[in-house]
Design a protein around this ligand. Structure first.
Ligand SMILES: Cc1cc2nc3c(=O)[nH]c(=O)nc-3n(C[C@H](O)[C@H](O)[C@H](O)COP(=O)(O)OP(=O)(O)OC[C@H]3O[C@@H](n4cnc5c(N)ncnc54)[C@H](O)[C@@H]3O)c2cc1C
Length: 459
């Protein structure tokens, strides 16, 4: 098994570096990992033996509003209780997803399938009925501004409009993950996840080749199976010719050409000379903070980004990891990771808009900034060609595409060539550091090889 990486270091969307000042370790892409902790694949691997240690902040998520923060706590009842008039509605909405977390994570992530076990089938049906709804539809059950905002911030991870079908699923999954597995950060930065995975691979005899960008499948050594961790567009460029030799490839290639990207991301990393001076000090208990105010404001921000407009008051996802991991910054100093959604390929500098959104809930915050690093959608694509136009989601996750990524096929990882597989975030279950796309694709490849179809993987 050989992994080929185009960059000089491994990790892709899971890398850390001193982006601002010496001694300040920033996560270039992923920072917070509910799906990494919950992954049925990662949980089978001895990643702790290879140096991965999860840190659980006391509170998974804080969502400041102008009159105080709403918190997602590990405990479902405590979270519900703090929502006052919406306590019962919150328990009714999120409770079933928490109780059936094992079904959601084991049976509903990955290639589309219907669980056969009656308990699982019932749980999946119950979840599906809610998950297919729009986030605004689900939020209409709530009476309080706090509950609606909490749900909206989680739904915005979908990177689709929050009035669209299926946006509710993201809200439910992210809330339920907070109660089921927490929203942990890796000690030392997300690079430690990639390093632990690489160390495990090498302990099994696998090898990693660095700095070899593949532009054509003809540059690869002959292998029985090749798994591509790349976008559908790159697959067309690299292997389109080879794929077109196979019967039935016309439809597959047409679907890859029609594959739609989601909005882009504009990211800021900051070095601070102290913690963020949140107006509500409870926000200091969480590593992850959702900034965007009310449901209505977040809906407007996400609608703009998905419809080609620049959000004036963007929804900002922020992580303050150094509060819980002293290895991230010199003593007394802190790092901030923050990004917002923008139209795919947008070239507008969002720095001021992001800083204004933080300052709104933390007056005096700007005075603490020592240094800033920004990544535009174009920078993110240069950094990793999978982030097309700054899309970090591996393609739009709307109802028209979510269940058929990257193409209508019983086995979405397979291609018309029995030796070529796709294993990127453009396959189920989509973006996030969880390893599940690769895991399911590897199983598909092994089935193919057993049928008669040395692996090479581009990671
Ligand atoms: C700003 C940002 C914030 C994010 N935040 C989070 C978060 O907090 N939590 C979370 O779970 N997820 C987050 N994500 C998403 C997450 O990083 C990705 O979904 C995840 O990394 C996908 O993993 P992957 O291994 O499939 O692919 P990638 O991480 O995209 O890795 C693919 C690798 O393949 C290499 N490659 C690509 N093309 C070629 C080629 N032609 N030849 C050779 N090598 C090639 C790339 O250099 C890269 O190293 C974030 C992403 C970004 C960009």
């Amino acid at each position: 098994m050989q992994v080929i990486e185009g960059e000089a270091t491994i990790g892709g969307g899971c890398r850390s570096a001193e982006l601002t000042l010496p001694g300040f370790v920033h996560d270039i892409c992923s920072a917070v990992h509910p799906l990494g902790r919950g992954s049925p694949f990662f949980s089978q691997l001895p990643l702790d033996r290879h140096g991965l240690r999860w840190i659980d902040p006391p509170v998974p998520l804080a969502h400041p509003l102008d009159d105080g923060a709403v918190l997602l706590l590990r405990d479902l009842d405590e979270t519900a209780h703090r929502l006052g008039a919406d306590a019962d509605t919150y328990r009714d909405l999120v409770g079933p997803a928490v109780r059936n977390w094992d079904v959601i994570i084991n049976d509903l992530t990955g290639p589309f399938r219907i669980p056969l076990h009656p308990r699982k089938l019932l749980a999946a049906a119950g979840f599906g009925v809610r998950a297919l709804q729009s986030l605004t539809g689900l939020a209409s059950r709530f009476k309080t501004k706090a509950a609606r905002a909490l749900l909206a911030g989680c739904g915005a991870h979908s990177m689709i409009g929050l009035t669209e079908y299926l946006s509710g699923a993201f809200g439910l999954i992210f809330l339920a993950s907070g109660h089921s597995v927490g929203w942990p950060i890796p000690a030392g930065g997300s690079q430690r996840i990639a390093d632990a995975l690489a160390a495990h691979l090498e302990s099994l005899g696998g090898t990693i080749v660095l700095g070899q960008r593949i532009t054509s499948i003809d540059h690869l050594e002959p292998a029985r199976g090749v798994l591509f961790d790349i976008s559908p567009r790159q697959l067309l460029e690299i292997a389109g010719g080879r794929l077109s030799c196979w019967r039935g490839s016309g439809l597959y290639l047409r679907q890859l050409r029609r594959f739609r990207q989601g909005p882009g991301v504009f990211k800021l990393d900051l070095a601070l000379d102290g913690p963020i001076p949140w107006r509500d000090p409870e926000v200091l208990r969480a590593a992850t903070v959702h900034l965007g105010g009310t449901l209505e404001e977040i809906v407007a921000s996400e609608a703009a980004a998905t419809n080609g407009r620049i959000p004036e008051s963007p929804f900002v996802l922020l992580a303050q990891c150094s509060l819980f991991d002293s290895s991230r910054a010199p003593a007394g100093r802190h790092t901030v990771w923050a990004y917002c959604h923008v139209p795919n390929g947008a070239t507008v500098d969002m720095t001021e808009r992001i800083l204004t959104q933080i300052e709104r809930f933390a007056p005096g915050f700007r005075d603490r900034i020592l240094a800033t690093s920004k990544l535009t959608p174009a920078d993110l694509e240069r950094y990793n060609p999978n982030n097309l136009g700054g899309d970090i989601g591996g393609g739009r996750s709307d109802i028209g595409q979510f269940f058929t990524r990257p193409a209508w096929r019983l086995d979405p990882y397979s291609t018309p060539d029995p030796g070529i597989f796709l294993c990127s975030a453009s396959t189920p279950p989509g973006a996030g550091v969880h390893g599940l796309c690769g895991w399911y694709a590897a199983r598909s490849a092994l089935r193919g090889i057993l049928r008669g179809g040395h692996g090479t993987q581009i990671a």
